[in-house]
Design a protein around this ligand. Structure first.
Ligand SMILES: [Zn+2]
Length: 236
């Protein structure tokens, strides 16, 4: 029985590692998708801010064109003012020109505001693009590492599965079945050590007689509390 239990212990170690490796093997691909999503988000931010840049530039150009038209109008009015025939006519032109110049001052201020805005946006674009380039560079490195990790875990899993086959072949069929039933119910832990009369699965005491029997290792003994298979090793 001791030899069978030792095999079960070995099998359990492998099974635990295999289920851990199954998770580890899938982790890299989910991390890669996360990184890809982050990068895509940053690229979208850049696109968005570039659109803002275009819009502000368009607005500024339109304002400048409008201002040019207004300046031309003022020039024309000034010319016509010189040709005014009466004082009243002259003063009317003077008023009109003063009003137009005032409006142009507002337009000039708006153009300056647009220029400042465009400058700020340009700075932001440079910064965001640098960040994005950096991120993409790191992401590339990380991706290589994650892929090699995934391959490494896959290889380890394969070698364990091969080892597992030999061990399973050496375990008696009914014992193997019992191991599987308990394992499923007890989160993968079906065989546990007993140390100083305490089950290491549920950490409860077992009766001294039962502890003796476990140490003798003649029969299969399960913990009366957690129903796991008990094992006692003389090198503990
Ligand atoms: Zn127990």
């Amino acid at each position: 029985m001791r030899e069978q239990l030792q095999l079960l212990m070995k099998l359990q170690t492998i099974d635990l590692r295999v289920s851990e490796l199954e998770k580890l093997k899938d982790e890299p691909s989910s991390k890669i998708s996360q990184l890809e999503a982050t990068l895509l988000e940053k690229e979208k931010d850049i696109e968005h801010i570039k659109k803002q840049f275009e819009e502000s530039t368009k607005k500024k150009i339109k304002k400048e064109k409008d201002l040019d038209v207004e300046l031309e109008k003022i020039k024309a009015s000034e010319k016509r003012m010189m040709e005014a025939k009466t004082n009243k006519e002259y003063e009317a032109f003077l008023k009109e020109i003063a009003f137009a110049k005032e409006l142009n001052l507002d337009a000039e201020e708006e153009i300056i505001e647009y220029m400042n805005e465009i400058e700020e946006i340009s700075k932001k674009i440079v910064q965001l693009e640098a960040n994005c380039t950096n991120l993409a560079k790191n992401f590339k490195k990380e991706k290589v590492k994650l892929k090699s990790d995934s391959i490494k875990y896959g290889k380890e899993m394969k070698s364990f599965i091969l080892k597992r086959k030999d061990i399973v072949n050496a375990i008696k069929a009914d014992l193997f079945e019992q191991y599987n039933i308990i394992r499923e119910k007890r989160l993968g832990i079906a065989v546990v050590n007993v140390t100083n009369g305490i089950c290491q699965g549920c950490h409860l005491n077992i009766l001294p007689q039962l502890y003796n029997d476990v140490q003798k290792c003649e029969d299969l003994i399960v913990c009366p509390h957690c129903l796991r298979i008990l094992y006692w090793s003389n090198n503990q």
